[in-house]
Design a protein. Structure first.
Lengths: 183, 354
């Protein structure tokens, strides 16, 4: 996670027209943005494209960044929205179908475990994508971008208790979704 | 699949396994950084650790706390300023002065035993003790000592205040005003006339030829007086001198040390004359302290001799202003009033313009 004081110093330099500060911010954040998009899309190539798109949108919207949350958290929100916009497009091709089960290779117990884990991950991803927007971003930022609860609370403008309630609610919905899928 | 618990879901969500970003992704992103970036207003101001501005909720909380403190402080100050202090508390705070109320001056009948004892006591006092200073306010002088005894019931104090027993304490009275009376076993408080001008006047104008003075200590008196220290009670102001027989008067009781440390107050006389030296009557004159400019100026009007006297003026520097009717004010500054000296100043009005 980016160190807050350093990030703010970079932002201050960026405000003074320092382009290197912008590049340093990219270096600090692009891996986690990519990881988040990978988790969301389950497609590294698409995640890379969406990462670039995320930064394009971030530069364009930098004037509206109020500094309430960290720059990285702000980026995660943009990345999530970018992904959602992408999959809502008619031409979007995101592997939402349960392809894992159909491509399970034959093998021993170890391969079976890996296959089951992969299947669970995919179901989880689909479950997260099916969550309401505020729950989806909270879960994605917390577990896929490793953002702390206080930071999510700042970014969302809510209390930490509210964030934890969101997570709890998301877990209940995900549990139900996973159960329905398995049955 | 069985229903997963919250912990199991959280563990599954936290599983790693994200592929590394493709090489060159960072470069591609950097290449798309626009030349001009419009950044948010004050969002990017650097902040130090600990103090300074903070984002989120801390800054508003800090401001609210500061505002609350300011409001509470202002309210407290306003309360202190708006609440009129009682005389007792103010005097104790300023000069350690407390008060005995209800001093009753009565005149015994001529020829009674008390009257005779009064005459004896007055003779002894007048011979043994020098006149008290300042006598102006000392029409009624009472000495009170032994605070323990002052807390005794009213009846005891009254008995001890009677001048009929003053002859038994002549030695103590002779010690006035120099110091603490010698007798440690003396009663609660004593009152005597020294120089006893008021009592004498009362006595002369009354049917008898003596005076009996009785002081009644109020409940507020005893706690306010320092323990085991002698105190001097000194009558002040008009009630003690003008009060008719039997009328309660007010006596101020001041610890001796504090009495000695009290600021000197002098009499300042301002005489207003014309340029030719003729005294001018009816001219308003004010005396404003230069050290305490917010203090209310002393004001008076010159009499037939062109003079106006300001009594009880604290030592210091003043500005005397005469405002003759139809003329411009005449200012004399600085008017120095030293401690222990009464001063007279003259203000000359300019000649009228022809």
């Amino acid at each position: 996670m980016a160190e807050p004081a350093g990030e703010r110093e970079l932002l201050a330099s960026l405000a003074n027209g320092d382009r290197e500060a912008a590049e340093a911010l990219v270096d600090r954040t692009y891996r986690k943005v990519f990881a988040l998009l990978c988790k969301l899309s389950h497609d590294p190539d698409l995640a890379a494209d969406l990462t670039q798109e995320t930064y394009r949108r971030a530069w364009a919207a930098l004037g509206s960044f109020d500094g309430r949350a960290q720059f990285s958290t702000w980026l995660y929100r943009i990345a999530t929205n970018t992904f959602l916009n992408h999959i809502r497009r008619p031409h979007a091709l995101v592997p939402l179908d349960d392809e894992i089960g159909g491509t399970l290779p034959d093998g021993g117990p170890r391969q079976d475990d890996e296959a089951i884990a992969a299947q669970t991950q995919e179901r989880l991803r689909r479950g997260v994508l099916g969550l309401p927007d505020e729950l989806r971003f909270t879960v994605a930022a917390r577990f896929w971008a490793e953002t702390s609860v206080p930071e999510i609370a700042r970014a969302e403008g809510i209390s930490q208790v509210a964030v934890r309630k969101r997570l709890k609610r998301a877990f209940r919905l995900l549990a139900v979704t996973l159960e329905e899928v398995s049955s | 699949m069985k229903k997963l618990s919250d912990k199991e879901i959280a563990r599954a969500l936290s599983q790693r396994g994200t592929p590394e970003p493709p090489s060159g992704l960072a470069g591609q992103i950097k290449a798309e950084i626009p030349e001009l970036l419009e950044v948010g207003g004050g969002a990017f101001e650097p902040t130090g650790r600990g103090g300074g501005l903070r984002f989120g909720g801390l800054r508003p909380l800090w401001l609210i706390a500061a505002c609350l403190l300011v409001v509470m402080g202002a309210g407290f100050m306003a309360l202190r300023l708006l609440t009129p202090p009682t005389d007792l508390s103010r005097e104790i705070a300023l000069g350690g002065v407390t008060r005995i109320t209800d001093v009753v001056v009565t005149v015994p009948e001529r020829g009674t035993v008390e009257g005779q004892k009064l005459a004896m006591a007055e003779n002894r006092v007048s011979k043994a003790a020098p006149p008290l200073s300042p006598p102006a306010a000392g029409d009624l002088v009472a000495e009170a000592r032994n605070v323990r005894a002052q807390r005794e019931p009213k009846a005891t104090a009254e008995e001890q205040f009677e001048l009929g027993k003053a002859d038994t304490r002549a030695a103590d009275q002779a010690a006035l005003p120099g110091g603490v009376p010698a007798s440690e076993t003396a009663p609660a408080a004593q009152a005597h006339a020294a120089p006893a001008e008021a009592a004498k006047r009362e006595a002369k104008g009354a049917p008898g030829d003596g005076a009996k003075m009785r002081a009644v200590a109020t409940p507020a008196f005893a706690p306010a007086v320092p323990t085991a220290s002698a105190i001097v009670a000194r009558g002040e102001a008009a009630p003690s001198t003008a009060a008719p027989v039997g009328t309660p008067v007010v006596v101020r009781v001041t610890p001796k040390g504090l009495l000695a440390a009290a600021p000197a107050r002098e009499t300042v006389t301002v005489v207003v004359r014309t340029a030719a030296g003729v005294a001018v009557a009816g001219v308003p004159v004010s005396l404003q302290s230069l050290g305490k400019r917010d203090a209310k100026p002393l004001e008076g009007v010159t009499g037939a001799d062109g003079a106006v006297a300001f009594a009880a003026v604290p030592a210091g520097h003043y500005r005397a202003t005469a405002k003759p009717a139809g003329g411009s004010p005449v200012v004399l500054e600085p008017v120095e009033v030293p401690a222990g000296k009464s001063r007279t100043f003259e203000l000359r009005l300019p000649p009228p313009l022809s």
